[in-house]
Design a protein around this ligand. Sequence first.
Ligand code: TRP
Length: 384
Amino acid sequence: MEQGKKIILTGDRPTGRLHIGHYVGSLRRRVELQNSGEYDEIYIMIADAQALTDNADNPEKVRQNIIEVALDYLSAGLDPEKSNLFIQSQVTELTELTFYYMNLVTVQRLQRNPTVKQEMLLRGYSESGDGSDNKAGTPVGFFCYPISQASDITAFKATTVPVGEDQEPMIEQTREIVRKFNSVYGPALVEPEILLPDNAACLRLPGTDGKAKMSKSLGNCIYLSDSADEVRTKVRGMYTDPGHLQVSDPGKVEGNPVFTYLDAFCRPGHFDLFGDCFHGRKVSFDFHSLDEVKAQYRAGGLGDVMVKNFLAAVLNDTLEPMRERRRALEQDLPYVYEVLRRGTEAARAKAAGTLADVKRAMRINYFDPGVLEALIREQSEKYR
Ligand code: TRP
């Protein structure tokens, strides 16, 4: 085994463009980790096969969004010289690993996975699965996707998986599969560690409507590729503290998504933007930290309009360089597809190596060089 290597594997389902929840929850961190130079190998996966587990009847949606996610990745700063960007379905070794891991996980254990449970509810999959309640049953592939995710992670011998909090149960299941495999067949697999965002606001960015999660189906997302105007419109419509009616009223910061976004995005350099945030009028506030903004909001006298204008300016400051890169990349799709092709090639080579290790450990590598001869000798003993 490649002892001591530090390897990252992570990815996203291509069911839509990536939004600012993806960005603060994982994407921004990946770019930092990539540029830290501390990792020996980095694999970033567009999880189209996983996306198909609940989109079997809409493969076109998944197909169309592969390029959107690739464009979002590259515009956010993932660098193909440092990170392998690849398409999951093209690394067929992953499905083979999944088939063997399936034997190491019980149905009952999968049923306890809290993220899968919640997603089943969200998708309206029936409890009974017999159609008696007019709901569709759960596709077997969907039910098993945590096992396929264990293949994604272990195929690359990943040590580090930077993801959002909702992925924690998947990493835990992966670790269980690794321990089980290694104890039954011998140490072929690496146990990964999860890497969660360190800022609480980034753990789970709420939607613009204040709902717990930003999600395309809820229509409460700000996309990385939204224009500056779209960002301003969406921020203006954001849910805030419903008790903050007059500017002079004291406002609540806790549970107020405008402040959660500021917690996630605001950097010291941003306070210069504050002066421009009140319809061009000069304002007397001179804030130097988010704590000062919050204190003023809590005390009263700081209106939602001004805070929202500030947030829109902060978001646009962050997103503008990405939008610019995206526009350029959209005009050079051959380059983007070449990045994916090369990344996929590298990913396949790595996964093939792990699959060979796995089959060797399981002793199902009958035709490997040297193995066949030994096998013939061994079996011939029976018939002497
Ligand atoms: N489940 C992840 C998501 O919904 C995508 C994913 C698939 C993934 N395989 C993975 C993430 C392996 C990290 C590691 O976005």
